[in-house]
Ligand binder design. Structure first.
Ligand SMILES: Nc1nc2c(c(=O)[nH]1)N[C@H]1C(S)=C(S)[C@@H](COP(=O)(O)O)O[C@H]1N2
Ligand SMILES: [Mo]
Length: 326
């Protein structure tokens, strides 16, 4: 794998130091107590302080990303400009030209807007968008975005983890997948008058993918309401997957027992699978996925396994053949 962050912790740390998160946290608490005790001993000259060395190595362990639930919420790569993010778009309901989406979507009306959350849940509910967005305060998430077409951006999204919405409707244990659906309204989405794709656009995730803290229900970017061309009023962002998993302008979320169909895997099953995890070692049948072109400066850079989020998500796919489940 290209990213040193993808090396599992057990490979870089000998087994004796490999602890569960709980053990590390307990150790950290103990160290805190020991340090406090040592300080008290020094301060009051009761006894010699204990050696400080273990404090440092344990603290370092506590800081490893695998033990940090918000790891990956922000990357340090330079941000793509607002202008590029809002004028280089894929949103086939409006246009197949990347710079044609913004003008075609300019008058898209998103009030009123409802999102129906249904299926295998205890409390199915149709949310008014305002109520849905009040479920949790918006957080800024700076994510890499890698389109299957081999270009990439870095976007400061605003939103909250999809898990917050799913928890609000109380998924049943029989729910194994989540299906998403875009608005279907050919009067407002002109390309839906054509047979370009099977409308409405649909997407899906496995339940554990949907519940992962990185999986974002995004309602804005750069601190502004989501622009129509980027999927107003709410869209999905799954940063370790190709961009097409990030379904825009969502009106329905349905929890199911079976894997739902998805637009691109239905349109071209030999080219696009259900999982669509970013994987530089599995080429698209028509092009390599090893590199990507960064929008804004056009720089060519190596594509990272799971788009650089392997530390956070690789364990979701343990035992799966990612060449078969592409
Ligand atoms: N409903 C819908 N969602 C969609 C698409 C689309 O055509 N329709 N395109 C997808 C693709 S291929 C990508 S790369 C991203 C692009 O998001 P952006 O325009 O905000 O960069 O949206 C995804 N979500
Ligand atoms: Mo894409």
């Amino acid at each position: 794998m290209d990213n040193p962050n993808d090396i599992p912790e057990r490979e870089v740390t000998d087994e004796s130091k490999y602890r569960t998160r709980r053990q590390i946290m307990q150790a950290a608490l103990l160290v805190g107590t020991a340090a406090a005790t040592a300080w008290a001993y020094r301060k009051f000259a009761l006894a010699p302080a204990r050696p400080a060395a273990p404090v440092r190595s344990l603290a370092e362990e506590v800081m490893t990303p695998a033990t940090n639930p918000s790891a990956g919420f922000s990357v340090t790569d330079p941000l793509t400009s607002f202008d590029d993010i809002t004028h280089y778009n894929n949103f086939y309901e409006f246009s197949t030209d990347k710079d044609g989406v913004a003008p075609a979507a300019a008058g898209f009306v998103t009030t009123p807007w409802k999102v129906e959350v249904s299926g295998l849940v205890s409390k199915p509910k149709t949310f008014d968008i305002g109520d849905l967005l009040k479920l949790a305060p918006p957080e800024e998430r700076i994510y890499r975005m890698r389109c299957v077409e081999a270009w990439s951006m870095v976007v400061p999204w605003d939103g909250f983890s999809l898990s917050k919405l799913l928890n609000a409707v109380e998924p049943l244990s029989s729910a194994k997948y989540v299906a998403f659906q875009t608005l279907q309204d050919p009067d407002r989405m002109p390309m839906q008058k054509t047979g370009l794709l099977n409308w409405p656009y649909v997407e899906g995730l496995r339940m554990d993918e949907a519940m992962h803290p990185l999986t974002l229900l995004a309602s804005g970017l750069y601190g502004k309401q989501m622009p129509p061309q980027d999927g107003a009023p709410v869209r999905l962002i799954v940063p370790w997957k190709y961009g097409f998993k990030g379904i825009k302008s969502i009106v329905k979320i349905d929890l199911r027992a079976e894997q739902p169909p998805t637009t691109w895997s239905t349109a071209a099953p030999n080219e696009y699978g259900f999982y669509a995890n970013v994987n530089p070692t599995v080429d698209h049948p028509r092009w390599s996925q090893a590199f990507e072109r960064r929008i804004s400066d056009g720089a060519r850079q190596a594509t990272l396994m799971f788009n650089g989020y392997g530390e956070q998500v690789a364990s979701l796919y343990t035992g799966m053949d990612l060449r078969v489940n592409y």
